[in-house]
Design a protein around this ligand. Structure first.
Ligand SMILES: Cc1ncc(COP(=O)(O)O)c(C=O)c1O
Length: 479
């Protein structure tokens, strides 16, 4: 019986036969998912082969992902793995500008986002346990004690200079040589976007946008009475620059508004060459580009990706971001580097919110200056990549055949395409009744496209509650 006496080729044949026998029992349902397969000793006796042959057979089945070893317990049947789901294709939005009417629909998602009784798969919100909240609060309390001016005086309209120094320093990594004087602080990235739109366009003007687009961009366009022109966008590389070029020939476009890194909801990072091409196309026509880089620091691979602003020779790129997705959504610390529109943006800032709260700007500036941010980002990105993978796996397991899902390069949202005919708005309503918040596809389009898509937030740890909620969503999508 000793394997030493069995020639290698014969041994291989033998353990393959044992593995096949077990695989047949799994396929026939005799051994079911989660059940323990016969112990090594027992199978060795039953089949009249050596212990080491059975062990080799089990290792083979393990490498084929049919069974899994559990410490001190034995081998168990694994759930069957479906192949990785395909990703959605490039979008094909209608090539005409349109007024936007999505505010009412978005409100439901946003209200539930701040209600802890809903499972948080709706808003793109970072997980509370990932954020360095205690550290930031300690810094903020210390600043409040030592400098009362942080709350008893207005900050200047451009914002807190030391924050701008830190932002400028960090953007060197994104290929961008900003001066602190180039930057204006804002109340979050949403204000940066709105001020930028107001600085470069007026009511009735056409703004070219990603498709699908972040609904906050659509809301800003809607509230300013502008029109949106959705440009075909590839889930792997971003806005189709050729399609944009064609659209610019047909329509008078006042500005382009796009997320170039870890786009919400698609998760792509636009390649550098394409960023350069986009900037050059717009520079040739003197069209401003409003670039939203709010998720840029959350790219899973280092170094962090460049921004379009890195290629901006004419001051036409208005680069917008905030620390809401990385450090503290409640701090409302954002900023814009508006290029040649700086003065206009500063004037608009004064007549909109006058100044940005000083204390949170000071706290974030100190956190950035003290060197913990890079380490924090490495941890946070690894966590978000893993959470996103787990949610994607659950979608694969629970959603109906034909479902497609994005493979993001950063951030923590997934864009899910369900089979044609699935009604994401109805699914959203039914999910809300089960206290599950999820973002329905049509709020990511000015034309109400993406009827069978949803966006899932993966910012929170993958708990049993989230697994159950995804099972429920899968059931609702299959109904
Ligand atoms: C792409 C994008 N831009 C802007 C914002 C708004 O950012 P803030 O909370 O800093 O205003 C969000 C928030 O979800 C977002 O996802």
């Amino acid at each position: 019986m000793a394997t030493a006496t069995v020639p290698a080729a014969e041994n291989e044949l033998l353990y393959n036969q044992v593995a096949e026998r077990i695989a047949d029992l799994i396929d026939a349902g005799t051994l079911r998912v989660g059940q323990r397969v016969p112990s090594v000793r027992k199978l060795s006796e039953q089949m009249g082969v050596s212990i080491s042959t059975v062990l080799q057979a089990y290792r083979l089945l393990e490498s084929r992902r049919r069974i899994e070893a559990r410490p001190q317990s034995g081998y168990y049947v694994r759930p069957p793995e479906r192949a990785k789901l395909p990703t959605p294709g490039q979008s094909k939005p209608p090539a005409t500008p349109t007024k936007v009417r999505i505010v009412d629909r978005v409100l439901g998602v946003l209200r539930a986002t701040s209600d802890p009784t809903y499972v948080p798969l709706g808003g793109a919100i970072p997980g509370a346990d990932v954020l360095p909240t205690k550290q930031l609060n300690r810094i903020q309390a210390a600043i409040a004690r030592r400098s009362p001016r942080a709350s008893n005086a207005y900050d200047g309209p451009s914002g807190y200079r030391e924050l701008h120094v830190q932002v400028a320093r960090r953007y060197l990594d994104a290929g961008c040589a900003l001066s602190p004087d180039d930057i204006v602080s804002t109340c979050g990235c949403q204000e940066a976007i709105t001020l930028s739109l107001r600085a470069v366009a007026k009511a009735g003007d056409v703004i070219a946008i990603d498709s699908p687009a972040y609904y906050g961009h659509l809301q800003a366009i809607e509230s300013l009475g502008m029109r949106a022109l959705e440009i075909p966008t590839c889930p792997g590389e971003g806005m189709d620059v050729g399609a944009l070029r064609a659209a610019l020939r047909q329509h008078k476009v006042a500005a382009v508004l796009s997320i170039t890194n870890c786009q919400n909801p698609l998760g792509f990072i636009m390649p550098d060459e394409k960023k350069r091409e986009l900037v050059e196309l717009l520079a040739g026509r003197e069209i401003p580009l409003i670039e939203d880089d709010i998720f840029g620091d959350l790219a899973y691979a280092r170094p962090r990706p460049k921004v379009c602003k890195a290629y901006d020779a004419k001051g036409l790129v208005l680069l917008c971001s905030s620390y809401s997705k990385t450090l503290a959504p409640g701090a409302r610390v954002g900023w814009v580097a508006p290029g040649r529109f700086r003065e206009r943006v500063e004037c608009l800032k004064i007549c909109t919110t006058l100044a940005t709260p000083t204390l949170p700007q000071m706290a974030i500036a100190e956190f950035l200056a003290n060197g913990g941010y890079d380490q924090f980002l490495r941890r946070a990105c690894a966590t978000y990549a893993e959470q996103t993978r787990l949610v994607s796996q659950a979608v694969r397991k629970y959603f109906p055949p034909g479902t497609k899902v994005t493979d993001p390069a950063g951030g923590y949202v997934l864009w899910v395409e369900m089979p044609a005919g699935t009604d994401a708005l109805a699914l959203h309503e039914r999910a809300m009744r089960e206290r599950i918040n999820v973002a329905p596809g049509p709020i990511f389009s000015a034309k109400g496209k993406y009827a069978n898509f949803i966006r899932i937030n993966c910012g929170n740890p993958f708990t049993e509650e989230i697994d159950r909620a995804l099972l429920t969503l899968g059931r609702l999508a299959s109904a």
